[in-house]
Design a protein around this ligand. Structure first.
Ligand code: PLP
Length: 378
C-alpha cells in the first residue's frame, strides 16, 4: 500500500545527510564538551562551530544563540524569564498561539504574576496591529508574544512590523518561529525581536534540540541551574549530536530554500485545486489557501458536515495516509482545536491539516484526494 506522509508540521523525517553529520558525534567523538582533554575539546569545537553557523545564517552573533531541548523549552524560557527579569505585569498575545506559549502565559496569569490581553481574531484568524498599538499605549511595559506562522492554519503574522511597534513603545517581543524557521530566511538584525525560537525536527533535523535567540540588549536569567554550559545559562551536558544535526539541517534548508519553497508551493497549490475540483463544499481554514498570506507548508481543509467525519483521520490512516486534524500536539486527545474554536469554525465540519515537505509530490496529492473522495463518497 502507498504510504503518504502529509504531517510535516508535526515533524519531518531526519535527512540522511544530517544523520551522517551527526553519526561521528554519537560514536567516535563522544567526549564531554566540558572536558579539557582532546576528546572533550573535539565536541566543544563542534558545538561552537554549529552555533556560529546558525548565527551567521540568521545574521546575528553566536553569543545570542542558546541551545535548548526544542521549541517548547525556548518559548517557556523566553516568556517566564523575561517576565521575572523585567518586572512585566502585562502580556499581549493571541488565542491562536501554540500551547507552549498559551499555557505558559495562562500559568503566569493564574499565579497572579501578569494580566493578559488577548487580541481579537477574525474568522480568518487575522489579528490587528491597531489593537496591539492600543494595548501598548495603555501599558507599554508589556511582553508581546505572537507567532510567525500558525501551526494549524498557517496564517503568517507580520513579525517585522510587530517587532518595530514593540520597540517604539519599549515593549519586549517574543516570537515563536518554530513553524517558519528554515522555511523563511529570518534576518535577526532587521527584525527587532528580543526572542526568536527554532526547533530542528520541523526542518529535517533531529528531535529534542532547538534554540532560543536572546537579543543582547535584554539578557535573561539562566534557563537551568547547574554547570557552566551555554555560558552559565543552561546547565547540563549538551546534546552534542543534536546540535550538530540542528546546524546541518538549517544549513541545508538555507542552501536550497528557493528551490524547496517553489516545489512545496506548487504541491500545496495543486492540492487546493484538486480538493476544490473533487470535494464539493470544501473550504479552507484561516488564510491557509491564500498562498501569499500563509505558510507554504500548511493547508487546513474544512469539510462539509458528514457522519463519517469523526472517523476521517482513522480512515485515511488505514489507507496509508498520515495527516493531522488540527494541531498534532493535541492529537490523540478528544479536546478540539483551540485555534479552530477561536476562529469560530463550525464544529460539525471536519478539519484536516495537510502539511508538506520537499519530499511531497503531486502524485501523492492525487492519491490522497482520491482516497478522500472514496471515504466521503462524493
Ligand atoms: N511552537 C509551535 C508553533 C509548534 O508548532 C511546536 C510544535 O508543534 C512547538 C512550538 C513546540 O516545539 P517542540 O516540539 O520542539 O517542543
Amino acid at each position: 500500500m502507498k504510504q503518504v506522509y502529509f504531517d510535516n508540521a508535526a515533524t519531518t523525517p531526519l535527512d540522511q545527510a544530517v544523520f551522517e553529520e551527526m553519526k561521528p558525534y554519537m560514536l567516535e567523538h563522544f567526549g564531554n564538551p566540558s572536558s579539557i582533554h582532546t576528546h572533550g575539546r573535539k565536541a566543544r569545537v563542534a558545538i561552537e562551530k554549529a552555533r556560529k553557523s546558525i548565527a551567521e545564517l540568521l545574521n546575528t552573533s553566536p553569543s545570542e544563540i542558546f541551545f535548548t531541548s526544542g521549541g517548547t523549552e525556548a518559548d517557556n524560557t523566553a516568556i517566564r524569564n523575561s517576565v521575572e527579569q523585567y518586572g512585566i505585569h502585562h502580556i499581549i498575545t493571541s488565542p491562536l498561539e501554540h500551547h507552549a506559549v498559551l499555557h505558559t502565559v495562562e500559568m503566569l496569569e493564574k499565579t497572579g504574576k501578569v494580566k493578559v490581553s488577548l487580541l481579537d481574531v477574525d474568522e480568518k484568524g487575522q489579528i490587528s496591529l491597531d489593537q496591539i498599538t492600543e494595548f501598548l499605549k495603555t501599558e507599554p511595559n508589556s511582553l508581546v508574544t505572537l507567532m510567525h506562522a500558525n501551526n494549524e492554519i498557517g496564517n503568517l503574522n507580520d513579525i517585522y512590523e510587530i517587532a518595530e511597534l514593540c520597540q517604539e513603545y519599549g515593549a519586549i517581543f517574543h516570537t515563536d518561529t518554530v513553524q517558519s524557521m528554515a522555511h523563511f530566511k529570518h534576518d535577526l538584525q532587521t527584525m527587532k525581536a528580543n526572542f526568536v525560537v527554532g526547533s530542528a525536527h520541523k526542518f529535517h533535523g533531529p528531535k529534542g534540540i532547538g534554540f532560543l535567540y536572546v537579543n543582547h540588549e535584554k539578557p535573561i536569567p539562566p534557563f537551568v541551574i547547574g554547570g557552566a554550559q551555554e555560558r552559565n545559562m543552561r546547565g547540563g551536558t549538551e546534546n552534542v549530536y543534536g546540535i550538530i544535526g540542528l546546524a546541518k539541517a538549517l544549513e541545508m534548508a538555507y542552501e536550497n530554500q528557493e528551490s524547496n519553497s517553489q516545489q512545496i508551493r506548487s504541491v500545496k497549490s495543486y492540492m487546493i485545486d484538486q480538493l476544490e475540483e473533487n470535494i464539493p463544499g470544501v473550504q479552507f481554514n484561516g488564510l491557509s489557501a491564500e498562498m501569499d498570506k500563509s505558510l507554504y507548508t500548511v493547508l487546513s481543509a474544512s469539510l462539509p458536515p458528514n457522519d463519517d467525519n469523526d472517523m476521517l483521520l482513522f480512515n485515511l490512516d488505514i489507507n496509508g495516509i498520515s495527516v493531522s486534524g488540527g494541531s498534532a500536539c493535541s492529537s490523540g486527545s478528544n479536546i478540539g482545536s483551540h485555534v479552530l474554536t477561536a476562529i469560530g469554525s463550525d464544529p460539525d465540519r471536519g478539519a484536516i491539516r495537510f502539511s508538506f515537505s520537499r519530499h511531497s509530490t503531486t502524485d501523492e496529492v492525487n492519491y490522497v484526494v482520491g482516497k478522500l473522495k472514496e471515504i466521503l463518497k462524493t
